[in-house]
Design a protein around this ligand. Structure first.
Ligand code: ATP
Ligand code: MG
Length: 568
């Protein structure tokens, strides 16, 4: 019997778990884990793994552990630990009391290593790094046994203990498993288990002078936590024989490693090393720059956990690598924001409009609908007066035939307010730039409704000049202009593929006064323009800053159609 709910997606991993539950392989238990290395911030690729691990656990009535794979102290930091905890929580997942650190197992891992030495299956090697490379062989040539491979068990125990005690310099010795230097699988050619690293660990301090390698620590940590299904990405497929070798050889509880395809997303990079290079090289403002594919960047940009989870659900889990279009992620975001984001009016490129026949001191308030998708979100008051701003893009002096916005002599509707007609265009005498429009209004069209069945084609957003609030708006485009920025076949560095126009800052915008109170991080639809959120870092009372989360135009349907058409 499984607890899998029938609406959940099915994939080959869920099929395996279903089978294991049916056959009672793990006595019905399902225990997964998400094992980040705290050497950077989480990105959208990690979200795929998080949704899978936590999703499978909850669908099958199991638990998912959060385990920090903190075995490499030179690159790791508590800042990253804290950000990872925040990001997984934000996505909406809960590990209960199951928060672990591989470093908590250092004593036990050391004992396992001693056991392997006693079994004659691990040895201290003293080759230099260069010699080690030469002895390893290649994909086509077998490796050679190290001259230190036949050290006695006693000598190995003694040397390993002294490695731990700090008697030797970094790099002078390593502990290796004794497997097979001629194996066609390079991972099986006497892999390193421990190396000397005289660095302070963010949790264990200076207790350890030696640190375990990933494959060794990871498989045994899974075993210690009695993980049932150890889900990892495809590049670990070739490590699975080693994973199994460790667990079989020390003869402990055996978790099952299963590999799936990692997320590759167009127009971005998903490698912590590269993301760190962007931060450290000053190409972005930080790990949480709204253009970054990090969860903290996406959150600051206005992405919701619901949109990210929906995206992970839609891309599914496969055994083969493929590239997902960024447009799909944006599509999932629009679907979600369309439901939840209140509509407001904001003018990004203000053009002054004076209603010549509107009473000078008069102010009216109109009721504007907060979200046509959700009547329960109600209405708000928007002030209206003689001097307004509209967007420069909404006026053309010499409009082409399919331009239905404002033009000389043309009548349009101001959303929720009045019909207006442009009667005069005022220009700067020196530059010829349009500085102001003079319009008349039809008092009979109050609330924006047609007075006599007369139709207008265009409806514009607007703000009242004296009531509007000044704001800065940051508009973002893809961080990379090339669809696959990792592709270096043209001899370019990935940073050469950065989009020089990924950030455009508009400093002179005007937003409706209701936004004065908007909480940091809150998200709105600026009518006719897109979704925008209050920047949680830089927005302050007196200096409102908005990030454009995503535009309104959805290119996903078209891309999906083309992709479907392209397939045989
Ligand atoms: P990076 O290559 O970005 O440094 P990583 O794999 O080294 O990533 P970890 O912290 O070790 O980062 O990853 C934790 C978990 O997240 C691992 O199980 C890993 O397989 C998974 N993961 C990382 N990147 C992706 C991705 N793009 N798609 C799916 N899962 C991923
Ligand atoms: Mg890793």
């Amino acid at each position: 019997m499984t607890n899998a709910d029938s609406t959940a997606s099915t994939d080959f991993i869920r099929s395996i778990v279903t089978d294991d539950q049916r056959t009672g392989k793990y006595d019905g238990r399902v225990v997964t884990r998400f094992p980040p290395e705290p050497n950077g911030y989480l990105h959208i690729g990690h979200a795929k793994s998080i949704c899978l691990n936590f999703g499978v656990a909850s669908e099958f009535g199991g638990v998912c552990h959060l385990r920090f794979d903190d075995t490499n102290p030179t690159r790791e930091d508590v800042e990253y630990v804290d950000s990872i905890i925040e990001d997984v929580r934000w996505l909406g997942y809960d590990w209960g009391e199951h928060l672990y650190y591989a470093s908590d197992y250092f004593d036990r891992l050391y004992e396992f290593a001693v056991e392997l030495i006693k079994l004659g299956l691990a040895y201290v090697d003293s080759l230099t790094a260069e010699e080690t490379r030469q002895y390893r062989g290649t994909l086509t040539a077998p490796g050679m046994d190290s001259p230190y491979r036949d050290r006695s068990i006693e000598e190995n125990l003694d040397l390993f203990e002294r490695m731990k005690a700090g008697d030797f310099a970094d790099g002078s010795h390593v502990l290796r498993a004794k497997i097979d230097m001629a194996s066609p699988n390079l991972n099986m050619r006497d892999p390193t288990l421990y190396r000397i690293r005289k660095v302070t660990h963010h949790r264990t301090g200076d207790k350890w002078q030696i640190y375990p390698m990933y494959d060794f620590a990871h498989s045994l940590s899974d075993s210690i936590e009695r993980i049932t299904h150890s889900l990892c990405t495809l590049e670990f497929e070739g490590h699975r024989p080693l994973y199994d070798w460790f667990l079989d050889t020390v003869n402990v509880y055996h978790s099952q490693q299963i590999e799936f395809a990692r997320l590759k997303l167009s127009h971005t990079v998903l490698s912590k090393r590269k993301l760190r290079a962007l931060v450290e090289g000053g190409f972005v403002s930080g790990w949480n720059d709204p253009r970054m594919p990090t969860l903290s960047g996406l959150r600051r940009r206005g992405y919701t956990p619901q949109a990210i989870r929906s995206f992970c659900d839609q891309i599914g889990i496969a055994k083969r690598d493929s590239v997902t279009e960024l447009a799909l992620l944006e599509h999932c975001l629009r679907e979600d924001l369309n439901q939840r984001a209140p509509r407001v009016m904001a003018v990004l490129h203000p053009l002054k409009v004076v209603l010549t026949d509107y009473p000078d001191q008069q102010v009216e308030e109109f009721d504007a609908i907060n979200n046509p998708e959700d009547p329960e979100m109600g209405t708000r008051k928007v002030p209206f007066s003689k001097v307004l701003y509209i967007d420069r893009d909404d006026f053309l002096e010499d409009p082409p035939s399919r331009f239905f916005r404002l033009a000389p002599g043309r009548e349009v509707r101001l959303r929720s307010a009045y019909y207006i007609t442009c009667v005069d265009v005022i220009k700067d005498e020196a530059t010829g730039e349009i500085v102001e429009l003079h319009c008349t209004y039809d008092p009979e069209s109050r609330g924006g409704s047609s007075p006599d069945g007369r139709r207008v084609r265009g409806t514009l957003h607007w703000v009242s000049a004296s009531h509007a609030v000044a704001a800065e708006v940051r508009q973002y485009d893809h961080l990379f202009s090339k669809s696959d920025p990792d592709d270096d076949s043209d001899g370019n560095e990935f940073t050469d593929n950065l989009n020089p126009d990924s950030l455009e800052t508009l400093t002179d915008c005007r937003v409706e006064p209701s936004l004065l109170e908007a909480a940091p991080g809150s998200i709105f639809q600026f009518e006719r323009q897109g979704y925008f959120c209050v920047d949680a870092v830089d927005s302050k009372p007196g200096h409102l800053v908005f990030n454009r989360t995503v535009s309104l135009r959805d290119s996903w349907a078209k891309i999906a159609q083309n992709q479907a058409g392209a397939k045989p």
